[in-house]
Design a protein. Structure first.
Length: 103
């Protein structure tokens, strides 16, 4: 079982960076060729992608407790709050894009 120090110093920064990867990919796609890689309707694609990632992170957050029960180790719970906050972050980005850009 990883110790609390290992989780805080190693796993949390890695998970943090991995959770930011979808946002980086979306930003890169939006900047590439003036947003043409997002398709004919870039705002709709951006809304769709942000909403999909919000749902993925929410489901990942909800799956942590059964994962803990399955493996019998408590350490996944230490990452649940951060992943849940990233789910909220992507929901908030989805809402802001809808409110500011789409409306």
């Amino acid at each position: 079982m990883p110790s609390i120090t290992v989780i805080n110093r190693v796993f949390k920064p890695i998970v943090f960076l991995l959770c930011l990867v979808p946002l980086g990919v979306l930003i890169a796609r939006a900047r590439e060729m003036g947003g043409l890689t997002l398709g004919a309707n870039p705002v709709e694609e951006l809304l769709h992608e942000l909403g999909s990632w919000a749902l993925r992170f929410l489901l990942l957050t909800l799956a942590i407790t059964p994962l803990r029960d399955l493996i019998g180790k408590p350490w996944p719970l230490m990452l649940r709050r951060m992943i849940g906050l990233f789910a909220f972050f992507y929901v908030l980005l989805h809402f802001i894009v809808w409110l500011v850009v789409d409306q």
